[in-house]
Ligand binder design. Sequence first.
Ligand code: AMP
Ligand code: GLY
Length: 425
Amino acid sequence: MEILIIGSGGREHALAWKIAQSPMVKKIFCAPGNPGIAEIAECVDIGVENIEGLYSFALKQKIDLTVVGPEDPLVAGIVDRFNEGNLTIFGPNKRASIIEGSKVFSKNLMKKHGIPTADFKVFEDSTQAKKHVSMCEFPLIVKVDGLAKGKGVFVCKTLEEANKCTDDILENKIFGPAGDKVIIEEFLSGEEVSILALTDGITILPLSSVQDHKAVNDGDKGPNTGGMGAYSPVPIITRELQFYIEENILVPIVHAMKRENRPYKGVLYAGLMITSTGPKVLEFNARFGDPETQVLLMRMKTDLVPLLLSTATNTLENIEIEWNKGVSICVVMTSKGYPDKYEKGFEISGLETVRELDNVQVLHAGTATKDGKIVTNGGRVLGVTAIGKDIQEAQKTVYRAIQNITFEGAHYRRDIGAKAMYRKS
Ligand code: AMP
Ligand code: GLY
């Protein structure tokens, strides 16, 4: 088979790394890819937003399966375009991707179907929004309706902050039309967990649990990012809780999407808060998580390709997933300043040393090649991913490996996996 992966981050490098191990695969292409991916796939210079370009390439190259990484092409309808041309593609179509594309849609759907989520109200008018905020308890959450590259959620501690936030979104339009509506939402406390599931719209196949670390600094301090690191499995997710999530969140949401005439096919990502009164949904995403995918695929024993194909072709029933024993962990190295402004172009050294280490993979995200050297080229630069028999061993391995890698202004969290240790002791 020939496979096309769309995207250029750590998630796509992890997908390429895992897909390359499949005996079913003859060749992998990645559009646009990155220097890490280029070691195992042929990178083609087509942007993720260029749906016609990607379609023409897949058609001409007779690609057997296309796997979409990021949300933007999904929400823009890439799956619909490929389906029209009878090309096999993994991911939800445009109507189903709205589950990530509009938070207002997904909140209303959860409310309608009794799926546990934070209480909320939706506003288009800033005066109305501020009137509501003045009656709320703090902290509270303000969310932009549309896609905002992970930057559209604000935890507001004071009335002033919340008012400024609603004004910035609804009046000053800092998110453009994505911010035509805001959600004012109850603040939930607890531990965050990501539960991803493959579904063909009928069968639901949950993957193992993962915990992401969104805040940029240790101790969950500082602004939220796309994700600073993750580990899997998560001890807080007991078998009972896993069943509870399946029955009360995954099954009803897939059913609800069908009832709305938006049948969902692909990977469904539920971002959950495990509160004292049970799991509640923070958001749904229509794609694999980043860095969740890195740790999940490091633990996955089963060949990924039949899983993706079965999802895309409605044959997921009777498929089981086997996981390697132990714990996997990913620590993301970022450019100084991320998630705000940062500089690019700094040489990365030590990658060759880490290549020799057992149980470790470096998965590239924002990297580029310049004069034959690998340099930084994004906020999240790379993710060092390791596997060990338990969280202690995995953590030791990943942090030892990371010490070999240097670039100017490199930043990473030192406490990825700490919550799992705390729970175990
Ligand atoms: P979302 O994109 O909706 O998942 O939000 C991004 C991040 O904001 C989440 O991963 C949480 O860390 C935080 N967040 C979102 N909604 C809430 C909430 N209701 N209560 C507390 N934190 C939240
Ligand atoms: N790691 C969070 C996300 O992929 O949305």
